[in-house]
Every structure is written in structure tokens, then in C-alpha cells.
Design a protein around this ligand. Structure first.
Ligand code: AMP
Length: 429
């Protein structure tokens, strides 16, 4: 019988990597709380129509990457419902905003989520078919200030803070404005005209996009198409005064807050509902899949989903890629403070009591086993912990324990009452 494996594009996350996942999530929650964001949890699957309308039929996500199936009809007379595993979370959050009338309070809604998303993409390093996103949305009726460029700047400043607090260095914020719907309509005309003489030399996808949604051409990743894309007009030239003023206010606020950014006039991103500010944070350490996160303003999304006017802005961080960046950056030192090695099985229960005592003091303790020879205990301890505590009959009687610190090689006698303090000290001197 062939052995079963995790499905292509999915993977198991194992310790010690999960320590990083938990740290990333705990830091994100702590930072979001300081900016007064609350958590939302939406279902993992939704009506397919939500993504068709909210993400856009012409996007790669909707046209070829969704996990969609027909649910069994409840009654014979009923049409089966088409359901889809969520490929992203913004559409679900905005659906929930509309469904629960969250805008009726008149207050700005600031919501964050953490969870798995699903896209049938070609798997490679940093790109999976099940991946996790950490995202947030700021959305509300226009009277709540949801259209203000201050919201854009605050979100970007929050992201810079989060990356810095995680210890991620070397990120670049790419920033652009794709304008209002009217600006985009003007740009659409200019782009179509510019594409006519060159589109014949572009890839098949671009030839299709040039007809259905020319803005998507700028999203093309085919290397041979890039020199042609370079010659196309940029959207900045089609922005009206209001859009220009809005964008200028965003960049001025970022300058004031000291958040560095790079203007990137060809940044349009893959989703149709974006208006005005769009952004991406990249990291060179990631290789081909170098986007850590992306986001932008979506002033028309709520209406596109049948809701009230509710401008908004949000982002989604690729959590898998954050963790990859952290893994590449640090050689993780052992997290465990000490490994307790009982000398003989008769000392097992005494070792358990000692471990309990130290764990109650907040220390991270691994408990060995008295059936191991001392050499085996040392080998196991060195792989897991910063120090080893030896508990033999003498140590138990005298209350003086032998502790070896691996980084220095020093062996120390420590009274049991002082052990907690001793083990909390940094191990490298
Ligand atoms: P998007 O929802 O396409 O704007 O993507 C936002 C972020 O999610 C990207 O910048 C990536 O970091 C991450 N992401 C998107 N697709 C994948 C994937 N297939 N695997 C891993 N991360 C992804």
C-alpha cells in the first residue's frame, strides 16, 4: 500500500518552526490591539459568487486558482450551491460587515484576521496551495472618516511597526495610487490605445487581458513582456486632482512619521476592487516570491457586493513568508532553559517535582528520564536546552544541584532555592 502524504502545496508545520508562527501571531495581535483593532473570524468557505464579485472574474485567483465545488442540494427541486474555499479574506470581511450592518453604528470598523487561505497555484518556496494570511481592514461609512488618507498612513505605519517589532530588517514598501474609478476609466482608454500596436508580441494571457481588463497587463510576470510593459503609460498621469491630493496626503504623513517608501507607478496588484492607495512590502531574502504582504484601498467593494457605500483599506500579510524571512535571519538558540536529568529511575518522580517547581516559576523545562545513561542525557540536553541540571541521590539529599551551561562549558553547584534565578540568567557569557 502506498503511504499517504500531505497534498501537493500543503504542508505540516512542526516544532521548532511553530514557535516562530506563534511568536508572529502573538506580536501581530499585540500590535493590532495597540491600534484598536478587534479580531474577526469568518468561515473558511463561502458562496462562490462572493469571490467572483468581490475579487473579480478576470483575476488569476478567480479565473484559475479557486477550490470550488457544488454542494449537494438539500431538496431535489433546489439548485446545488457553488461553494469555494476562501482564496483571500477581504471579501469575507466585507460580506460580514454588510450582513451584520456594522456600518450602522456610524463608527469606523477596524478588524483583523489570522487564518488559512487556499489557491491552486504552482507550489514553490514561499508559495503554497494552503497558506496563512494575517490581515486587517479599516472600513466604515464616509462619515466615519473611512476615506481619509490618514487611515492609509496609519495602516502603513502600523505595518512598519509590526515588521520592526518582529525583528524583520531590510523590507521595502512599494507605494502607488491607482486612482478613483473615474481615473481608472480614463487610464483604461489610454492603456488600450497604447496596447494596440504592441499586444501582438505579448503573452497569451496579456492578449486576453488587453481586451477584458487592460490594467491586469501590468500584473504580468512573464519576463519577455516586461520591456513592453515599461513603455506603457503610467496611471499617475491619469489621476484627477482629488486623487492626487489624497495620495500626496498619504506620502506626507509617512514622511512625517519617518516610514520609508519607494514610489512604484506600475504597482496595481492582482485584485480588481482596489482604488487609490495600493502597496506591497517586499523582502529580498525571499527570492522569487518576494512579496511579504500587499494591500490597498477598496472604496467601491461594499457596493460591488450589494452593500452600502463603505470605503475601506486593508492588507494581507503572507504569514508563511514572514516565518521564512525570520528563519533565514536568525539561527534560533534553544528556547528551553534547562533539561533535568535524573540519575536512575528511582529519581524520576523527584525530577518531576523539581521540573514542576521550576515550571511554576515560568521557566521552560524539558524532563529527561532516569533510564538514560548520563551520556545519552547530555546528548539529548544539548540538542534542546541551554543547560542541564543533574539530579542524583546526593543532589536530592544535599539540595545542591549540578548545573552545566553548554555555551560556556562551565559546571556550577547551585542550591535548589537559587536554581530558578540561576536558570533565568542568559546562558552565553
Ligand atoms: P494577495 O492576497 O494576493 O494580495 O496576497 C497577499 C500576500 O499573501 C502576498 O504578499 C503573499 O505574502 C501572500 N500570499 C499570496 N499567495 C500566496 C501563496 N500561494 N502562498 C504563500 N503566500 C501567499
Amino acid at each position: 500500500m502506498s503511504t499517504l502524504k500531505a497534498v501537493r502545496g500543503t504542508r505540516d508545520l512542526l516544532p521548532p518552526e511553530t514557535v516562530l508562527w506563534n511568536r508572529v501571531e502573538a506580536t501581530a495581535r499585540a500590535v493590532f490591539a495597540r491600534y484598536n483593532f478587534g479580531e474577526i473570524r469568518t468561515p473558511v468557505f463561502e458562496d462562490t459568487a462572493l469571490f467572483a464579485r468581490g475579487v473579480g472574474e478576470e483575476t488569476d485567483i478567480v479565473s484559475k486558482e479557486m477550490y470550488t465545488w457544488e454542494d449537494r442540494a438539500r431538496a431535489q427541486s433546489e439548485k446545488p450551491q457553488s461553494l469555494t474555499l476562501r482564496p483571500e479574506n477581504t471579501a469575507g470581511v466585507v460580506r460580514a460587515y454588510i450582513e451584520h450592518g456594522l456600518g450602522e453604528s456610524g463608527q469606523l470598523q477596524k478588524l483583523y484576521y489570522i487564518g488559512p487561505q487556499f489557491r491552486r497555484e504552482r507550489p514553490q518556496k514561499g508559495r503554497y496551495r494552503q497558506f496563512a494570511q494575517i490581515g486587517a481592514e479599516v472600513i466604515g461609512p464616509p462619515s466615519s472618516g473611512s476615506e481619509s488618507p490618514l487611515r492609509d498612513a496609519e495602516i502603513l505605519e502600523m505595518l512598519a511597526t509590526l515588521l520592526n517589532e518582529l525583528g524583520i530588517t531590510g523590507w521595502t514598501l512599494h507605494l502607488n495610487s491607482v486612482g478613483s474609478a473615474a481615473d481608472r476609466a480614463r487610464y483604461d482608454v489610454a492603456l488600450r490605445a497604447a496596447l494596440v500596436p504592441v499586444v501582438g508580441q505579448m503573452c497569451a494571457d496579456c492578449q486576453r487581458r488587453a481586451v477584458t481588463n487592460p490594467l491586469r497587463v501590468l500584473d504580468c510576470k512573464v519576463p519577455a513582456d516586461q520591456p513592453i510593459i515599461e513603455t506603457l503609460p503610467v496611471i499617475a498621469d491619469s489621476l484627477d486632482e482629488a486623487s492626487q491630493t489624497h495620495f500626496a496626503a498619504v506620502t506626507a504623513a509617512l514622511d512625517a512619521a519617518g516610514v520609508p517608501y519607494t514610489l512604484n507607478p506600475r504597482l496595481v496588484r492582482g485584485l480588481d476592487y482596489y482604488t487609490r492607495t495600493t502597496f506591497e512590502f517586499t523582502h529580498d531574502g525571499l527570492g522569487a516570491q518576494n512579496a511579504l504582504l500587499g494591500g490597498g484601498r477598496y472604496d467601491g467593494l461594499s457596493e460591488a457586493l450589494g452593500g452600502p457605500r463603505a470605503p475601506g483599506i486593508g492588507f494581507a500579510i503572507g504569514e508563511d513568508r514572514l516565518v521564512l524571512t525570520l528563519l533565514a535571519q536568525e539561527s534560533a538558540p534553544p528556547q528551553v532553559d534547562a533539561y533535568i536529568a535524573p540519575l536512575g529511575e528511582t529519581l524520576n518522580t523527584a525530577a518531576l517535582v523539581l521540573a514542576r517547581e521550576l515550571r511554576h516559576k515560568g521557566l521552560w523545562i524539558e524532563l529527561g528520564d532516569g533510564s538514560f545513561r548520563l551520556k545519552k542525557s547530555f546528548e539529548a540536553a544539548e540538542k534542546t536546552a541551554r543547560r542541564i541540571v543533574i539530579l542524583g541521590e546526593d543532589e536530592l539529599q544535599s539540595g545542591i544541584l549540578t548545573v552545566k551551561t553548554f555555551s560556556t562549558g562551565l559546571q556550577t553547584k547551585v542550591p535548589r532555592a537559587e536554581l530558578g534565578v540561576f536558570l533565568s540568567e542568559p546562558a552565553s557569557k
